[in-house]
Design a protein around this ligand. Structure first.
Ligand SMILES: NC(=O)C1=CN([C@@H]2O[C@H](COP(=O)(O)OP(=O)(O)OC[C@H]3O[C@@H](n4cnc5c(N)ncnc54)[C@H](OP(=O)(O)O)[C@@H]3O)[C@@H](O)[C@H]2O)C=CC1
Ligand SMILES: O=C(O)CCC(=O)C(=O)O
Length: 446
């Protein structure tokens, strides 16, 4: 970053929020990408565009007391970061994970502004969560916690104000409990949450949307260089919602998915993973990915990170969490033949890892663009709820394909316009920033 205005803004942020490392990382990545736009628009400095875009409209943080199965009172901290509502109601998931803190919430909400803009749908950017660990908790404990979380959160959300959904640790079970509690306390508005169970007003295809959308984005990356998924070896990390449905769609389209993982370790199956077994372990029984090797004698299990192992493959899809790939691991991917990286997770590649991808001319699809299918179908769920309509699986999937194709085109066109040689990460940031900056100017000083 050499532009003086940008440097001043970033330096101030990094002094004020020196402990918010993930937030600063997300902002720095973004500022580096949009530098040519700022160079073209010196008037943005007087309008304080960057100062305003990096400051959340508000951050809500709250106590979440609940009672565990032993009758002991536990206390967690909940958050909702309502970052930017220029495009519509704040929109973004809720994460339950022990690592949740203000920095992680702010980075996720910040990225959500631009991701949501890329979908072309009327949604602003937000994110929320709590430092609660659902792992190992009974259904009753998860329900107690989730009800207490919603008792506070419901004061700040609404179908036209802020519409949360799921993220790490928050799936259909948690959304169901949240929606139940919301309805106990408020009017019965299905549009207040997305990712709801279908009978409660959920959309067909939302559960699958992030993973499927990721593969639709990947297909566009492949088509652009006259390649296809047929026969390609695909490494996927994680084994949750995004990883599972990315694997399912990749296999349907001829890819060979050779790995999955969780926070304990990774499985590798040279000839491809059997997803029915994974479904039984992970979705039906909430088990650990290690159990897979009991069912497939050809598969191996490694403790620790998937990315520490030499696996020959063509495509890497990180679908677990932020900063899961560091610089050394990125170099290992390059050395093992990976040509395409598309991110199902949010910011899974450390800044230095992305540098390695770019230096080695990999085709790299950033999370902000590649994983936008989830929030896009959430916005379609909002549309269905407000129209009191239900679309079929086929209708939703068709719309998702069109949206992902368009997001890829926006990233490609912006990369071409600034002569950036297939830099889809910079392209996605530039395209969405140009649109948000215009909107900021139209709305006056707010
Ligand atoms: N759900 C959605 O619609 C969307 C999700 N995303 C992003 O995709 C990613 C995955 O989310 P999702 O699949 O919904 O979440 P899930 O909770 O369903 O699954 C998360 C997976 O990632 C693993 N994981 C989590 N934290 C770590 C860690 N610190 N190290 C290694 N593995 C880890 C989990 O393993 P374990 O069980 O051991 O914790 C689990 O396998 C996140 O980055 C999320 O923000 C992005 C867009 C939309
Ligand atoms: O569907 C949504 O609103 C949330 C999706 C999400 O959290 C994300 O895109 O990271």
């Amino acid at each position: 970053m050499v532009n003086n205005y940008m440097t001043r803004v970033y330096d101030k942020l990094s002094k004020t929020f020196e402990h918010e490392t993930e937030f600063l990382q997300a902002v720095k990545n973004f500022l580096d990408a949009i530098e040519p736009v700022i160079e073209k628009h010196p008037e943005y400095e007087d309008l304080a565009i960057l100062e305003r875009i990096t400051e959340p409209e508000r951050i809500i943080s709250f106590r979440v007391p609940w009672v565990d199965d032993q009758g002991k009172v536990q206390v967690n901290r909940g958050y909702r970061v309502q970052f930017n509502s220029l495009n519509g109601p704040y929109k973004g998931g809720i994460r339950f994970h022990p690592s949740v803190n203000q920095s992680i919430m702010k980075f996720l909400a910040f990225e959500q502004i631009f991701k949501n803009d890329l979908t072309g749908l009327p949604i602003g950017g937000g994110k929320g969560g709590a430092d609660f660990d659902p792992k190992g908790k009974s259904d009753n404990e998860v329900m107690n916690f989730t009800q207490s979380f919603m008792t506070e959160l419901q004061k700040y959300i609404g179908a036209d104000e802020d519409v949360p959904a799921g993220d790490i640790g928050v799936g259909a079970r948690e959304i169901g409990y949240m929606f139940g509690q919301y309805k106990r306390l408020n009017a019965k508005t299905p549009g207040v949450l997305t990712g709801k169970p279908i009978p409660a007003g959920g959309s067909q295809g939302r559960t699958e949307a992030t993973g499927y959308g990721l593969i639709y984005f990947l297909l566009e990356m492949l088509i652009e260089v006259n390649e296809s998924l047929e026969g390609k070896r695909v490494m996927i990390s994680g084994s949750g919602n995004v990883a599972y449905f990315a694997a399912k769609k990749a296999m349907e389209l001829g890819g060979v998915v050779v790995s999955l993982s969780d926070s304990d370790g990774a499985i590798y199956a040279q000839n491809g993973i059997d997803l029915d077994t994974v479904k039984q372990i992970k979705i039906d029984n909430r088990g650990r990915i290690k159990e897979y090797i009991d069912a497939d004698s050809d598969a191996e299990y490694f403790e620790g990170s998937l990315w520490d192992h030499d696996i020959k493959a063509d495509i890497a899809l990180p679908c677990a969490t932020q900063n899961e790939i560091n610089e050394e691991q990125a170099q290992r991917l390059v050395d093992n033949g990976i040509k395409f990286v598309a991110e199902g997770a949010n910011m899974p590649s450390h800044t230095n890892a992305v540098k390695v991808f770019k230096e080695n001319k990999l085709y790299y699809g950033p999370g902000k663009a590649a994983n936008a299918g989830g929030v896009a179908v959430s916005a379609l769920e909002m549309s269905q709820n407000s129209q009191r309509l239900r679309w079929t699986t086929e209708e939703v999937d068709e719309k998702l394909k069109v949206i992902m194709k368009d997001i890829f085109k926006q990233a490609l066109d912006a990369s071409n316009a600034y002569d950036l040689d297939h830099d889809y990460a910079a392209g996605a940031d530039i395209a969405s920033f140009e649109s948000i900056a215009k909107l900021m100017i139209m709305n006056g000083v707010v």
